[in-house]
Write a protein of this length. Structure first.
Length: 220
């Protein structure tokens, strides 16, 4: 759903305990995950083609399912329609994989990147983490000025966060979790600010509650 963080299928995200109860039963469950539905975005051309094929039951059903959300400003996908299509044409899901039943999760950020991008991709992935680690250490060493004390603290906490991600990620498929990449950007921008002595270019505001955005009083 465009309205939540994108980390889970909406119904599971909304009621995880109910989903867990279903999966613990002996009912055969076929999952249609987001990494599958995200391969079929709803575009203007697709909607026009569905309208042309309206005489076919499945095309008509897919068009009706997506009609309500077609006017949204967010990109939508054939979430429900693709899952329902499994009931009518399950063979369609096996057209693009020679091993449709051979599916495994890496449960490791390192093996996940290795499997998706090869050794070169893994080397680049590790290099980004190493560079971020040393850049955060640079912030710690150069945070001795009054204006950069917070940068030293930030560098320390970023190193702790990256270390936690490196260790915990060895057992989880979180290669594309956005937080470590946010930390990388934060460290790079902060280092650029310290090296350029950004505090010398920025206005100084009087301390207190008037420093809140929109209420700040600039000191002359």
């Amino acid at each position: 759903m465009p309205s939540h963080d994108g980390s889970a299928e909406w119904n599971v995200y909304f009621d995880a305990p109910a989903a867990a109860r279903v999966w613990k039963t002996k009912i055969p469950v076929v999952l249609c995950p987001l990494d599958t539905t995200n391969k079929v975005p709803v575009t203007k051309e697709v909607l026009q083609e569905l309208a042309r094929l309206r005489s076919h039951p499945l095309a008509d059903f897919a068009g009706q399912v997506t009609a309500l959300a077609a006017g949204s400003s967010e990109q939508i996908y054939f979430w429900d329609a693709l899952a329902a299509a499994w009931l009518g044409r399950p063979e369609l899901f096996k057209l693009y994989s020679p091993y449709p039943d051979y599916v495994h999760a890496a449960h490791s950020i390192y093996f996940q990147v290795l499997g998706n991008h090869g050794f070169i991709g893994l080397a680049l992935f590790l290099a980004m983490g190493v560079v971020t680690w040393f850049a955060a250490g640079w912030l710690r060493r150069h945070g001795d000025a009054a204006q950069t004390t917070w940068c030293a603290d930030l560098g320390s906490m970023c190193q702790v966060s990256m270390l936690g991600y490196a260790v915990g990620g060895a057992f989880l498929s979180l290669s594309y979790f956005d937080l470590p990449y946010d930390i990388m950007v934060l460290v790079v921008l902060t280092r650029a600010w310290v090296k350029s002595k950004g505090w010398e270019r920025e206005p100084v505001y009087a301390p207190g509650w008037r420093t809140l955005p929109g209420l700040a009083v600039r000191q002359e």
